[in-house]
Design a protein around this ligand. Structure first.
Ligand SMILES: Cc1ncc(COP(=O)(O)O)c(C=O)c1O
Length: 391
């Protein structure tokens, strides 16, 4: 029986090799013409004002917090409201900056609940970090309005959101900073890369120095400024990080970007097949999608009782789903907030990510639905008709 895995990245191998060959033949694989070309292509695609290509979404998130903090309005131990239902990158970067993650609870979309955010605001709150789980926008628009009304910065962790559109705008067009992931299993897969997009031009200019160890002139600029005097000389006004992207990743990303809209269209088609196939399965609870947006559909998630046993049952049938995410307050560095987000705790016990990648066809989805039906019947889990309840 052919195994069905959670993710299986697909690369356009010949197109990608041609882009990478160009870098190799030019003898330039670091930051340079290709990374700039990708930044410009991303700006044309997304409509964002600025974009800086970095080596991961984790780096992008860290730079977003770092630069907004360096802006002078935040101090150590100030509070950032964030979600416990995410990959740990979202929250680790808050700790990198010695800021305090304050966890608000999630809603039925698995995203931050604005009502819970409101309750967590204190005089020390400086920003909200919103995560669009699986490409879903949840109540992002309400969170944006709340941040504006309360004078808080809004950072969007868009790791899953390449190609999520709200009307005619790419998700995050109205945030202070957005971070994207182009890691190997994301919608725009490279091997590891990311993008940070600031609304403000000055921060976009500064971030280029912060991602290059604090050096004020990058190696590429020094090499192309043939006629400039002192082109070998640079200054280092502060300590920065080695976070910039490279040409080989940018080459892969350029190819991915050409196809990401058709790929996401296919993902939404697969999600539609799941919606139909799971309709009759009372043990499975789907995650709702709000109106007025087009999801990247990075994930197809459901809630199911006895989730770990369901996974083992599916594994026995050759299906290998995933789990996104465990409530971060179960990890030692965030345990101080354990018990403060009951819906995130509920979701982390019941969440299941079904296979979602471009190699899936209707037959696969039918097989997955049948396997879910058999497994949940064996386990007699039929108590899952309710989704995550808001209080
Ligand atoms: C929600 C979320 N944020 C951030 C990241 C970090 O992305 P990267 O691996 O590009 O650093 C991930 C990666 O899986 C993620 O899922």
């Amino acid at each position: 029986m052919e195994p069905i895995h959670l993710f299986r990245p697909q690369y356009r191998t010949e197109e990608a090799l041609a882009e990478i060959r160009e870098c190799l033949e030019q003898g330039w694989t670091g930051a340079g013409a290709k990374t700039i070309e990708f930044e410009q292509a991303w700006i044309r695609y997304s409509g964002f004002a600025h974009a800086h290509f970095v080596n991961s979404c984790t780096a992008a998130l860290h730079l977003a917090l770092k630069l907004l903090k360096e802006d002078g309005r935040w101090a150590e131990h100030d509070e950032i409201i964030t979600t416990p239902f995410t990959f740990v990158s979202t929250n680790h970067v808050i700790l990198y900056e010695r800021l305090k993650p304050v966890f608000a609870d999630i809603d039925e979309y698995l995203c931050l609940d604005p009502a819970s955010i409101e309750r967590r605001i204190t005089p020390r709150t400086r920003a909200v970090c919103f995560v669009g789980i699986g490409g879903n926008i949840g109540r992002y628009r309400q969170v944006r309005d709340l941040c504006r009304a309360r004078g808080l910065a809004l950072i969007l962790d868009g790791a899953h959101m390449t190609g999520t559109w709200i009307g005619s705008e790419h998700a995050g067009a109205d945030a202070d900073a957005v971070a994207f992931s182009f890691q190997a299993v994301k919608n725009l897969p490279t091997a590891d890369a990311g993008m940070v997009c600031f609304a403000r031009k000055d921060l976009d200019q500064e971030v280029r120095r912060w991602s290059w160890l604090g050096i004020d002139k990058d190696t590429y600029m020094r090499s192309v400024q043939q006629a400039a005097t002192y082109r070998w000389r640079y200054d280092v006004p502060h300590v920065g990080f080695k976070y910039h992207g490279n040409a080989v990743m940018a080459a892969l990303a350029l190819v991915g970007l050409r196809h990401v809209e058709e790929d996401n269209h296919r993902r939404r088609e697969i999600a539609g097949w799941y919606d139909e196939a799971l309709e009759a399965l009372s043990a499975i609870c789907k995650i709702p999608q709000p109106d007025g947006f087009r999801s990247s559909r990075h994930l197809y998630q459901v809630l199911v009782d006895r989730r770990d046993e369901v996974i083992l049952g599916l594994n026995r049938r050759g299906i290998f789903p995933g789990m996104h995410y465990a409530d971060n307050t179960c990890y030692p560095m965030y345990r101080y907030a354990h018990g403060s987000c009951p819906r995130a705790e509920q979701a982390s016990a019941r969440i299941l990510s079904l296979p979602m990648h471009l190699g899936l066809n209707r037959g696969h989805i039918h097989r997955i639905a049948e396997a879910l039906d058999e497994t949940t019947a064996e386990l007699q889990t039929d108590g899952c008709s309710a989704g995550l309840q808001r209080p």
